[in-house]
Design a protein around this ligand. Sequence first.
Ligand code: C5P
Length: 217
Amino acid sequence: PFTGVVAVDGPSGSGKSTVSRRLAAALGARYLDTGAMYRAVTLAVLRAGVDPSDTDGVLSVLYGVDLQMGTDPAQPGVRLNGESVDRQIRTEQVTGAVSAVSSVPGVRTVMIAQQRAIAATGGIVIEGRDITTVVAPDADVRVLLTASAAARAARRGGETGTNAAEQQRAMRRRDELDSRTSSFLSAADEGVLVLDSTELGIDEVVDQLVHAVHVGA
Ligand code: C5P
């Protein structure tokens, strides 16, 4: 099996979660969804009744949070203080507040340290917004997954059942906020493989990445 690290970044709706999970399964590797970690902290903040823009309040919640990340690509899953919260972290409320929470520097410091600790033993595909640049800049393969705004909104709309125009607006807003914190809208440098999934099926993207891992690109 694969013993290295694959880093995958991209905006929401780029297909990176699906692709990263499938890639991990194909490689016999583990999988880490870093977005789920920021979402779980955000859920804790909302449950505590803390305003996501209240930095001190967010930090005090953060210190009481214990996150356990499942890294089996067949069954990832996140536990917040022992409770499985996979559904609760995907609500509109969490999605609407996560950019504010993840822009708090102290939150990022703690999340990045945990992500690096999980990645340290290798054999893992790790996805997010700052993986190719900050969390694992030395990864064996670094990928930026993109797709047109229309394709991304259509994928997300299909997931949540809301209309495409509304989805596109919310997505653009979140990408804009997130890009103030991490640069994931363009490749960090020449070593990053850029894959546009607009016209490609999931299988084709996964096949290209499996190939990239085998040639060590
Ligand atoms: O990937 P997903 O859409 O689940 O990520 C949720 C949020 O978590 C992003 O909108 C962003 O605010 C934050 N995030 C981050 N850094 C990462 C992954 C996610 O700031 N590496």
